[in-house]
Design a protein around this ligand. Structure first.
Ligand SMILES: [Zn+2]
Length: 244
C-alpha cells in the first residue's frame, strides 16, 4: 500500500498534531534537516530532482508538439509564509499553458543556493513556481536568480511575511517581475525535492536568470542559509531544451 504524502509527513506525534492542524489548509508543514538528507522519508527511486543540467547533452524539443510556456494572470492574490523549510507565497490566481496543457499555480517558494545546477554551477537562489493540472499532474517552473538589481516580486513576498504573532494577510504578488523575459527552458521528468519526493513531476528550469539584490538575498538567507537538496543522479533521463 502506498503511503499518502500527508501520512509520510506525520511520522511523530508532534508532527502529527502540526500536520492535522495544517491539513485543513491542504498543506503539510514540517521542518526539514538539510544537513541529514539521507534520513528523509519518501520515494527513493531513479527519477529524482534536482539534477545537474549539462547543457551540451540537452536534446532540442521536437517541433511536432507544442513547446511554449505561456503564463496568464501575473498579478496574483495570495498569502506569504515561512513554511518551515522555505519562504513561500500561496496563490491559485496564475494560470499556465505548458506544452499545450492547462495548469494552475499553487505556490511559489525559494531555495538558497539553487537546487539545480547548470553545467555544475549553483546560482545563489532558485525559485520554484509549482503548477497543478486538473488530473493532479505537477509541473514546476524553476527560475535561477543572480545578484544584481532588486527584484520587486521577491521584495513583496518579504514585506508580506507575517510576524510570529500576526496572521497571514492577502497580498498581491507581481509574478511577472520574478520571471525572465524569455521562457526558454531545460525540461526533464523528476520529483519533488522535499519529502515525500513524489516522482513524475515535470520540471522546466528556465534558461535566462533573473536578478535580486545582495540585501534581498541576505534577508532570505536569514530564514534559510542552506535549503537545497543534493544533486541526484540522472540515470539516463533525457533533458530537453527549448528556446531562450
Ligand atoms: Zn522547491
Amino acid at each position: 500500500m502506498r503511503t499518502t504524502p500527508l501520512a509520510a509527513a506525520c511520522l511523530s506525534l508532534s508532527a502529527l498534531l502540526s500536520c492535522l492542524s495544517n491539513a485543513a489548509f491542504g498543506e503539510t508543514r514540517h521542518s526539514l534537516d538539510y544537513q541529514n538528507q539521507s534520513a528523509w522519508k519518501g520515494v527513493l527511486d531513479q527519477a529524482q530532482s534536482p539534477i545537474d543540467i549539462v547543457t551540451s547533452h540537452a536534446q532540442p524539443a521536437l517541433d511536432n508538439e507544442p513547446r511554449e510556456i505561456a503564463l496568464r494572470h501575473l498579478d496574483a492574490d495570495g498569502t506569504a509564509e515561512d513554511n518551515g523549510h522555505a519562504v513561500q507565497f500561496n496563490t491559485h490566481a496564475t494560470e499556465a499553458t505548458i506544452r499545450g496543457r492547462y495548469f494552475r499555480m499553487t505556490q511559489f517558494h525559494m531555495h538558497a543556493p539553487s537546487e539545480h545546477t547548470i553545467d555544475g554551477k549553483h546560482f545563489p537562489l532558485e525559485g520554484h513556481f509549482v503548477f497543478k493540472a486538473q488530473d493532479g499532474r505537477l509541473a514546476v517552473i524553476g527560475v535561477m536568480y543572480e545578484e544584481g538589481d532588486a527584484n520587486r516580486g521577491i521584495q513583496e513576498i518579504l514585506d508580506d511575511l507575517p510576524t510570529a504573532s500576526a496572521k497571514p494577510k492577502t497580498a498581491t504578488l507581481d509574478v511577472h517581475s520574478m520571471l525572465p523575459e524569455h521562457l526558454g527552458y531545460h525540461h526533464y521528468l523528476g520529483s519533488l525535492t522535499t519529502p515525500p519526493l513524489t516522482q513524475n513531476v515535470e520540471w522546466y528550469v528556465l534558461r535566462q536568470p533573473v536578478s535580486l539584490s545582495h540585501g534581498q538575498l541576505a534577508v532570505l538567507r536569514r530564514h534559510y542559509k542552506q535549503n537545497n537538496r543534493a544533486i541526484q543522479p540522472l540515470h539516463g533521463r533525457p533533458v530537453i531544451e527549448f528556446g531562450g
